[in-house]
Design a protein around this ligand. Structure first.
Ligand SMILES: C[S@@+](CC[C@H](N)C(=O)[O-])C[C@H]1O[C@@H](n2cnc3c(N)ncnc32)[C@H](O)[C@@H]1O
Length: 209
């Protein structure tokens, strides 16, 4: 695990992150907000959704919930055309989208983070979910959190960061008999081990600080 993980997580837990929002994500958030209000259902977030296959899977398996898949890559999102009515794919940067969602009082019933970019170089710790200044916002969005990754150290760091924040989690090997996403299929077919971290986040209706 990264030697500066604890120091970095503690710093982020005690400092507000105030980077200005991008116009583009503010617009995307406004549209998503209007859609969610119309749905009037519990929210499932699917961050880093790529082509949105996991969002569709979540929407199909939770017809009583509204699923919002978020990815910053338009090219990836455009690959999947038809979504069920209870699923919306949004092109946005989670850095801004999560903070806007929290500021608007959103709380997720479930939050999936399937195969975020690993950023394996040491100097990239802050780009990993748990090393990012956004980590307190992710926690505050609440819900049943599920991270999937093919990099065990990423999963271990994620658990350690949650523990520093006072949250217990479970790390286990994932049996991807039926892969849910494109990357899950790719890693599985390459014979790689896949890891899953689950944690129940409590509700934090206000900002994390
Ligand atoms: C390794 S891919 C995994 C995609 C999908 N979850 C899957 O398993 O097939 C990581 C995805 O995260 C997206 N991504 C990375 N950083 C992001 C950010 N800050 N905001 C939104 N999407 C991001 C990338 O565009 C990419 O589609």
């Amino acid at each position: 695990m990264h030697e500066k993980l604890e120091q970095t997580v503690r710093k982020h837990l005690s400092h507000a992150y105030r980077k200005p929002y991008s116009d583009h994500t503010e617009q995307a958030f406004a549209s998503a907000s209007a859609w969610l209000e119309q749905q009037d259902k519990p929210l499932l977030l699917d961050s880093y959704c790529g082509t949105g296959t996991s969002s569709r899977w979540l929407a199909d398996t939770h017809p009583d919930c509204a699923v919002i898949g978020i990815d910053k890559s338009e090219a990836r999102l455009n690959k999947l055309e038809k979504q069920p009515d209870n699923c919306l794919l949004v092109r946005a940067d989670t850095d801004d989208f999560w903070r806007l969602a929290l500021a608007a009082g959103w709380q997720a019933r479930q939050h999936s983070l399937f195969y975020p970019n690993p950023w394996p170089k040491s100097e990239h710790l802050k780009r990993r979910c748990h090393g990012s200044p956004l980590f307190p916002t992710l926690i505050a969005l609440g819900g049943q959190l599920e991270l999937r990754t093919n990099w065990r150290i990423y999963a271990e760091e994620f658990c350690a960061a949650l523990k520093i924040a006072g949250i217990s989690s479970e790390l286990k090997k994932l049996d991807a008999g039926q892969p849910v996403t494109a990357f899950e299929r790719k890693y599985s077919e390459a014979g790689q081990n896949l890891w899953q971290v689950c944690a129940q986040l409590s509700s934090h209706p206000l900002s994390p600080l």
